[in-house]
Design a protein around this ligand. Structure first.
Ligand code: ZN
Length: 212
């Protein structure tokens, strides 16, 4: 196969409609009669159906990706089992949860099979550190696009703050903690830092009160 294919990374913060974009893209492929596959790393086991779903109500079936899944072998197997419908596109949701090796496997799928791969995902976690999958995608992708959304202050969102039930920012904990979108709020760096400073100040006052 000599088709020129590319590995794309489309990143944004939580709530930036990445999944809706993926599903719209899938719909457009269907309209044009193009074959495609959807992949999604399994993190949230509350979902027991293998679908990608967006808040606007549309969904598509997907292949679930586990930590040990070899995406090169999986794609090869799917192509072998259905040679009548070879995919020309692969759409990956929540791509930040891929391992670095899985990103490399997708890059090999692009180069060896001529399949375009579009990965949608977050850039950084709630502490502002790159996810493993996102880091590797920044290193390996042919094309990188930002899916922009706006903070309440008007700046561009780049952080995903984790919050507790009072809306206070949480700065410690595991990188992956599933609790739905209500546990996170996307904001700009300045608001993210302000939230942290406000919390430190509140803790300081609380501590002082206890001592007095
Ligand atoms: Zn802001």
């Amino acid at each position: 196969m000599n088709r020129i294919a590319k590995l794309y990374f489309r990143y944004g913060t939580m709530g930036s409609a990445k999944t809706a974009m993926l599903l719209t893209t899938a719909y457009n492929f269907e309209e044009r009669g193009l074959q495609y596959l959807c992949f999604k790393p399994v993190v949230d086991t509350r979902d027991n159906r293998n679908v990608i779903r967006s808040r606007i109500g549309i969904e598509r079936e997907c292949e679930w990706i586990y930590g040990h899944t070899d995406l090169y072998l999986l794609t090869q197997e799917i192509m072998r089992n259905n040679p009548e419908a070879l995919p020309s596109w692969i759409l990956v949701d929540e791509a930040q949860f891929l391992s670095a090796s899985q990103v490399d496997q997708l890059a090999a799928v692009v180069d060896d099979f001529g399949i375009n791969v579009i990965c949608y995902g977050l850039r950084t976690d709630f502490k502002g550190n790159l996810f493993e999958g996102s880091k590797r995608l920044f290193e390996m992708a042919d094309t990188i696009d930002e899916v922009k959304s706006t903070c309440t202050c008007g700046r561009k969102t780049i952080m995903n703050a984790r919050i507790d039930s009072n809306g206070d920012i949480i700065t410690e904990g595991a990188q992956v903690e599933i609790g739905g979108n209500d546990r996170y709020v996307a904001c700009c760096r300045k608001c993210w830092r302000n939230r942290k400073l406000e919390k430190m100040e509140r803790n300081r006052v609380l501590h002082q009160d206890r001592q007095n």
